[in-house]
Design a protein around this ligand. Structure first.
Ligand code: UD1
Ligand code: CA
Length: 450
């Protein structure tokens, strides 16, 4: 769409029913704050400028919004006098003429770009005001949409509605679109003569009708427009969001063996022909390339798994883990800030942090990189084609060159040259017959006790 569009995101409410020290819109769905979902969706709908209305002391909301949309402008609504009053806080933004202005709530995270675009099409089609509505299973608490002959005549808030109006199930989702040319006039005409004594944005509808403007309602699914006021609704939204992610993944050619047990982040990127076994959690920033397999009970965040690699079961990939093509990361292995190159294998019970493990190197069970001395982190560099024996400790900073062998149980503190064998453990001695003597002595001692 060529039209310019301002999106005003209302996010001033603390959300007292969340019982949280954090502003409501900072709570997360799929590891992204609610307000982030809304910002991404309006950007997807081609908003040319974005205003976010926050409450006093909501610097973190402002900071987060600007991280997601650097050109977003934030406005503070100092007193919470209603949704129209909140819009007015962003007056500076809508004084610049925009073709379309969308007003939406920061606590309604699942509305899609597609739906925002449908509102914009209605404006382009000649509507002066468009309101997003939905058929409510239980309309209690929502503003009712009073529609006659295709015109939306009013939105009646629960507290102000007559019995007949309360019987209406077509409800206001809270999202409205305005022709830029009419918004200021409508907002300025709104007063607070209602049951709550608030300036209701929804009153713009009746005022617009009085001026014979064209006011219409556009329909959305209830699941998409659900807002969040408490933790239970937060969990419900998360469930809906995860359902959408799982369906999208499967449509894109990814196998989810037991979809309901896999959790994604908003930005999880997985290529086709990846298999995800049950009970896998994707934190933010994960990329998995084609042919890889993520086995059961693994936890991944900010990492890359390349083609045909396998991870898990019970593996943990932490930030900046990079698992090369065809590499194997097995059970109870934790990888952090480490590049595991193509075909390398770390199959059992290991911690590899701040390291490189070269191509086709085999890291034995129980290997640990000692990357931290209590003050600083240090790097471990292991070359290609090495064999690191089980239960080895690599004390960083340390380098093991290509083709080296580390004997099992070694504590490696020094440079290991190419193709060398490093032994860093006490030498074994055998004392003939001593086992038998010890056994007899202990048996006699036990007999003496009883
Ligand atoms: C609002 C609608 C109602 C709709 C419902 C959908 C109005 C008057 N009512 O009711 O028709 O069915 O949403 O969920 O619009 N906000 C501010 N500043 C304020 C007041 C509110 O920024 O002074 C923000 C809140 O943070 C929230 C949003 O506006 O994100 C909606 O406010 P809320 O009080 O939750 O409105 P509802 O009573 O739910
Ligand atoms: Ca609400």
């Amino acid at each position: 769409m060529d039209n310019s569009c301002l999106a005003i995101v209302l996010a001033a409410g603390m959300g007292t029913r969340m019982r949280s020290a954090m502003p409501k819109v900072m709570h997360e769905i799929g590891n992204l704050p609610l307000v982030g979902h809304v910002l991404n969706a309006v950007q997807g709908a081609g908003a040319t400028s974005i205003a976010v209305v926050v409450g006093p002391d909501m610097d973190e909301v402002e900071a987060r919004a600007k991280k997601i949309v650097p050109q977003a402008r934030c406005f503070v609504q100092t007193d919470r006098l209603g949704t129209a009053h909140a819009v007015q806080a962003a007056e500076v933004a809508y004084m610049d003429e925009h073709d379309h202005v969308l007003v939406l709530f920061g606590d309604t995270p699942l509305v899609t770009s597609d739906t925002f675009n449908r509102l914009r099409f209605r404006l382009q089609d000649g509507a002066d005001v468009v309101v997003l509505g939905f058929e409510a299973d239980n309309p209690f608490g929502y503003g009712r949409l009073i529609v006659e002959n295709g015109q939306l005549n009013a939105i009646r808030e629960e507290k102000d509605a007559s019995d007949a109006e309360r019987a209406v199930t077509f409800c206001n989702a809270g999202i409205m679109g305005f022709k830029g040319s009419v918004l200021k006039q409508l907002i300025d005409a709104i007063d607070n003569s209602n049951a709550k004594g608030e300036y209701y944005l929804t009153d713009a509808v009746e005022i617009a009708r009085k001026h014979d403007m064209n006011v219409v309602a556009e329909k959305a699914d209830e699941a998409e427009v659900q807002g969040i006021n408490n933790r239970e609704q937060l969990a419900n939204c998360e469930k809906v969001f995860q359902g959408v992610m799982r369906s999208t993944m499967m449509e894109d050619g990814i196998t989810l063996v037991d979809p309901d047990t896999v959790h994604f982040s908003y930005d999880t990127k997985i290529e086709n022909d990846v298999v995800i076994e049950p009970n896998v959690v994707f934190g933010p920033g994960v990329v998995v390339e084609t042919g890889a397999r993520i086995r059961a009970f693994s936890h991944l965040e900010q990492c890359v798994v390349k083609r045909d690699a396998t991870v898990g079961p019970y593996a943990r990939l932490r930030p900046k883990a990079e698992i090369g093509e065809g590499a194997h990361i097995g059970n109870f292995v934790e990888i952090k800030n480490a590049r595991i190159e193509n075909g390398a294998k770390i199959n059992h019970l290991s911690y590899i942090g701040d390291a490189r493990v070269g191509e086709k190197t085999n890291v034995g069970a129980g290997t640990i990189t000692c990357n931290y001395d209590g003050f600083l982190k240090h790097h471990t560099d292991i070359g290609a084609g090495c064999f690191v024996g089980s239960d080895s400790v690599l004390v960083a900073p340390v380098t093991v060159e290509d083709g080296a062998y580390i004997a099992a149980g070694s504590v490696v503190t020094e440079f290991v040259p190419q193709d060398a064998l490093a032994l860093g453990r006490a030498r074994q001695t055998n004392k003939a017959g001593r086992g038998k003597i010890i056994r007899q002595r202990l048996a006699a001692a036990k007999a003496g006790q009883s």
